[in-house]
Structure formats: structure tokens, C-alpha cells
Design a protein around this ligand. Structure first.
Ligand SMILES: Cc1cc2nc3c(=O)[nH]c(=O)nc-3n(C[C@H](O)[C@H](O)[C@H](O)COP(=O)(O)OP(=O)(O)OC[C@H]3O[C@@H](n4cnc5c(N)ncnc54)[C@H](O)[C@@H]3O)c2cc1C
Length: 519
């Protein structure tokens, strides 16, 4: 019998005894918390999933507290709602859908849906919610930065050669990533990608296929009509019903649970973290129902606490702890060094058909890393509904300086986010992007529908960064057993790539270091 199960039985027995006395389980034995567990992981996205698996494999009893619900792929293929026919499942506790313009807001029921936005000053930052975090809504793009660009962002204390040799391959093997096979790239669903590929070649720009965390055999089944059309129908950002997306709940997290040492608790919103006695941590959360109504408040005490609530959630928990004095030794760098990965959305106008609402996004990347102003990459950004033929939305990414920051708003008990959209660095990145587009347009007779839009990011990073808030392995300065393992560690950019691979690889590296220490 697993240790977790034994523990649960002990707690149930304790609860029965306690209930007869009219008190909660552990409180009955004189403590101010409901449960004790060796390790707690807050959040189940990339950082949290890696931490959970490695803790479980090391035999450390772990509870994962995740604010969102669990999503199970079914044969019926209706787990998630469609982008072009949304309902409450589309957004986190919001009365309307929240996809960025040009997609219109549509009224929906308030529900614990998969997609969330943090509306800030100068930026809207998008993220996922649910067991699997951002992987539920992501495009599966699994992209490794070059060594040269990596060191434009990260300190030399992180050895790129080690990531390249050990951790990037380890993550790729668990996510089961591979580039799009040619037979699928040649279908009508990927016309927009092929168009950009050809345009880049004509402009003398480097272009290549990127690894994607999709099961391409399932995509073939979608094409054959044997599975519900999901990836091929541009159904990615609200979840992928066919099961083609290898989201974290279907690899890292299910492997973690299979160790018998890890229990995932969905619909648990952590509201407070604090230092407890004997160097332990107390975590308080609200258990909610699927409509977001609070059912109960629970508290836990653990020896090891891993923060993985993402680069919006983790800075918020830390800033609240600092503001409320529950973690008094946190320094003043919390909430700083945040950035957007220089995300931009641009729509290219083509003379011919593009099929831009179909096909999963970003199967190829145009790499203009020697752009004379600043390095830039472009990826097709299909899968948004309502894009007419002839248009091709493109996601640009670069290296933004981490000039964004959060402040803590005591009256709302949450953070305010600030991003200097017109800073010199932002303008330089925008000029670099325009330079690349001019080259594409001149070679292909294309044009831009409007200037690139920098008002949103799907790749928020930073807020509890390495070297400022944490050491190189994510240990928070001043707290021996408190760790950040998510995108908050990264100062604003993953060097011209989508961030999930680097977030997960750094988490793998931190967990190796941690487990070597506690062995
Ligand atoms: C639309 C979209 C598409 C994307 N596509 C790609 C892509 O193709 N490739 C790529 O590399 N990246 C992509 N990204 C970015 C990627 O999803 C993120 O970089 C990544 O998920 C961040 O990982 P993380 O571990 O930092 O946090 P997250 O994955 O955001 O996980 C944080 C988790 O913590 C939970 N949480 C937050 N607060 C609390 C709380 N108080 N209590 C309990 N739980 C909490 C959240 O619900 C979430 O599950 C995309 C993002 C979006 C929004």
C-alpha cells in the first residue's frame, strides 16, 4: 500500500476520532493545521509537474495544490469547449471570453475554465488554469534557445552545456515531442505555416521545424475522421479534445501520481504561505467548487515548499507573504525583473488563401537571430477564430529586458502589474521586428494589416528571479526549504524561444540539486 494511502487512512481515522470530539483532525492533536505532509507543490504547470514527479520518485510524500480543475480526455471528444463556440470552460471565473483582440468577447457562464488573463498596466498576460497549468492551453511548442542567446538572459552560474546534455533532452523525452511530419505539414490545415516557410526562404531568412508536444498519429486520426477534429481545426487554446496534445496531466503528473507518493488536489486555491515553527511552512488555501464558490478553508504544514504557481501566481503569493509579514526575510526584489518574452502579434496580408484558422500554431519558426537591431523569431499564430482568408497572424518573440514589475495592493489583496510598453528596450525590439517584416514583405509583396501589437503576452516570465530572489537552484534567499521552480525564476525572456522547455529543464536541474542535498 502506498505511503500516501496509509497517511490518508491515518488521517481518516484521526478525523473520525476528532469528529467525535467535535474538532478537526490534526487540531485534535494540538496543532493549528489540518494536515501535515513532507512536501507541498503549489501549482501543476511545468515547474510544478517536474517537481511533483521527482519528489514522488524520491519517496517524498507530496501534495500538489492546484487552483483549477482536472480535465479528462474522453472518447466522446467533448472535454473542452470550442474556440468558436465557447462556454464557461473557456475562461477562469470570467463572465466573458478573454482571448485578445481581434477576437470578440463573448458572454459565458462563470466557471473554473482553462484560460486566464492578468490585466496589467501596459500589458495583458495570459496563462492556463487547471491540472497541467499552461500545458492545457499551450501550442505544444518545445523550443531550445541557442547557447549564445541563452547567455544574453541567464548568468554563467547555469551551465548551458549541462542543460543541453541532460535536462533539455530529459524533458523532451517525457513530453514526447517531435517536429511535424511532412505528410501532415503538406495538408490544407498547415497552409499558413507553409506560406510563411516559403516567404522566409525567399527573403533569405532561416526557417525550421520546431519540436511540438503532440502525438502526430492522433493528428493523422483527426485528419482521417477517426478522432474529433481538434488540432487540425485550430482547437488548441481552450484545450485539445482529441488527445493529440501531450499536456502535463498526461505525462509528468500522471507519472507522479503513479509513484504512490503524490496526491494532486484540484480546485484548491492557495491564499497564504507562512513560516511555521521548526523551519516548516504553513500553507492556507480555499477549496472551491467548479463555479468558484469557496467550500472550505484548509491549512497544511510541510517541511519542503515548492512554489510553482507561475510568473503571475508565485510573485503574488510571495508579495502577499511579504506584505502580511508571514515570510519576513523575503528581500525587496520580489515582484521585479518581470518581462513578456517580447511577444507580439502581427497580421500579414497575403494575396492568396491562408487557412489561418486551421492547424495548430507554431510548427515552424523563422529565426532572424542575426537581425542587426536585435534577434527575433516568428511563428505562425493560427488557431484564432474569425481570421479571414488572405491574412496570416504571426507571433513574434525576442529578448525583452525584465523591466516589468508587480506591486502589492493591500486593499484588493492582490498584485498590480506594470509593463513599460514604450521603454527604449521595447522600442528597439519593435524596430527589430519591423526590420524582419520589411525583409519578408519586400521579398514577397506582402504587407502588415497594422503595426505589431505588443499589448499582450502568452509568455510572462520573472518576478522571483534567479540571483535576485533565489539562488541558481531556485532556493529562496533566507529560507532553506522554500523553492521557486516555475517561470518566475526567469528574468523576462527565454532568449527568442517559447519558454516551457526551459522552465521545465531548469526545474529538472533544481530538483536534481535538491534531491542530492536531502538524500
Ligand atoms: C495561449 C498560450 C499558448 C502557449 N503556447 C506555448 C507553447 O506552445 N510553447 C511554450 O513553450 N509555451 C507556451 N505558452 C507558455 C507556457 O504555457 C508557460 O510558459 C508555462 O505554462 C509556464 O509554466 P509555469 O510552470 O511557470 O506555470 P504555469 O504552467 O502557468 O502553471 C502554474 C499553475 O499554478 C496554478 N496556480 C496559480 N495560482 C495558484 C494558487 N494561488 N493556488 C493554486 N494554484 C495556483 C495555475 O492554475 C497553474 O496551473 C503558452 C501560453 C499560453 C497562455
Amino acid at each position: 500500500m502506498s505511503k500516501m494511502l496509509n497517511r490518508r487512512r491515518f488521517l481518516q481515522a484521526s478525523a473520525a476520532t476528532a469528529a467525535s470530539l467535535g474538532v478537526s483532525a490534526i487540531r485534535a492533536f494540538g496543532s493549528d493545521y489540518d494536515e501535515y505532509v513532507e512536501a507541498i507543490v503549489i501549482g501543476s504547470g511545468f515547474g510544478g509537474a517536474v517537481a511533483s514527479l521527482r519528489l514522488g520518485q524520491a519517496g517524498i510524500e507530496t501534495i500538489v495544490l492546484e487552483r483549477g480543475r482536472k480535465w479528462q480526455i474522453t472518447d466522446k471528444g467533448d472535454t473542452f469547449c470550442r474556440i468558436d463556440n465557447p462556454d464557461g470552460r473557456a475562461a477562469w471565473l470570467s463572465p466573458t471570453t478573454i482571448l485578445p483582440t481581434p477576437v470578440p468577447e463573448i458572454p459565458i457562464d462563470v466557471y473554473t475554465g482553462v484560460f486566464d488573463v492578468k490585466r496589467g498596466n501596459g500589458i495583458n498576460a495570459y496563462r492556463g488554469a487547471g491540472v497541467g497549468g499552461g500545458s492545457l492551453v499551450y501550442g505544444g511548442i518545445t523550443y531550445q534557445p541557442t547557447e549564445e542567446l541563452f547567455y544574453k538572459v541567464f548568468a554563467r552560474t547555469i551551465k548551458y552545456s549541462e542543460l543541453d546534455r541532460v535536462y533539455y533532452p530529459r524533458v523532451r523525452s517525457i513530453l514526447k515531442v517531435s517536429p511535424i511530419p511532412d505528410d501532415i505539414l503538406q495538408t490544407e490545415y498547415y497552409l499558413a505555416s507553409r506560406i510563411l516557410q516559403e516567404q522566409a526562404a525567399k527573403a533569405g531568412l532561416q526557417v525550421r521545424k520546431i519540436d511540438i508536444a503532440f502525438d502526430w498519429d492522433i493528428v493523422r486520426q483527426e485528419i482521417a475522421g477517426q478522432k474529433v477534429a481538434s488540432v487540425i481545426a485550430g482547437q488548441v487554446y481552450y484545450g485539445t479534445n482529441s488527445g493529440a496534445k501531450n499536456s502535463l496531466d498526461r505525462n509528468y503528473l500522471s507519472m507522479a501520481e503513479a509513484t504512490g507518493n503524490v496526491e494532486i488536489r484540484p480546485l484548491h486555491v492557495v491564499t497564504m504561505i507562512e513560516e511555521s515553527d521548526r523551519g516548516r511552512y504553513r500553507v492556507v488555501c480555499n477549496q472551491i467548487n467548479e463555479q468558484g464558490v469557496v467550500l472550505a478553508q484548509k491549512s497544511f504544514v510541510c517541511r519542503y515548499l515548492f512554489l510553482a504557481a507561475g510568473s503571475i501566481g508565485t510573485p503574488e503569493l510571495l508579495l502577499r507573504a511579504k506584505s502580511n509579514g508571514t515570510l519576513r526575510r523575503l528581500n525587496n526584489q520580489i515582484g521585479k525583473f518581470w518581462g513578456t518574452n517580447s511577444d507580439s502579434n502581427t497580421i500579414m496580408i497575403n494575396a492568396s488563401q491562408t487557412n489561418a484558422t486551421l492547424g495548430s500554431p507554431g510548427v515552424i519558426a523563422v529565426e532572424h537571430l542575426d537581425n542587426p537591431i536585435a534577434p527575433v523569431i516568428l511563428e505562425p499564430f493560427q488557431s484564432l477564430p474569425f481570421i479571414p482568408q488572405g491574412l496570416n497572424p504571426i507571433l513574434g518573440q525576442g529578448i525583452s529586458k525584465p523591466e516589468g514589475y508587480f506591486t502589492y495592493n493591500v486593499s484588493t489583496q492582490s498584485t498590480d502589474l506594470f509593463w513599460p510598453i514604450n521603454s527604449a528596450d521595447s522600442q528597439r525590439n519593435a524596430q527589430a521586428l519591423l526590420y524582419t517584416y520589411e525583409r519578408l514583405n519586400q521579398a514577397n509583396g506582402t504587407s502588415l494589416a497594422a503595426p505589431p501589437d505588443y499589448s499582450f503576452t502568452a509568455h510572462p516570465l520573472g518576478g522571483a528571479t534567479i540571483g535576485e530572489v533565489c539562488n541558481t537552484y531556485g532556493q529562496v534567499f533566507g529560507y532553506h526549504n522554500l523553492f521557486v521552480v516555475d517561470g518566475s525564476l526567469i528574468p523576462g525572456s527565454t532568449a527568442c524561444t517559447n519558454p516551457s522547455l526551459t522552465i521545465a529543464a531548469l526545474a529538472e536541474r533544481s530538483m536534481d540539486h535538491f534531491l542530492n542535498r536531502v538524500k
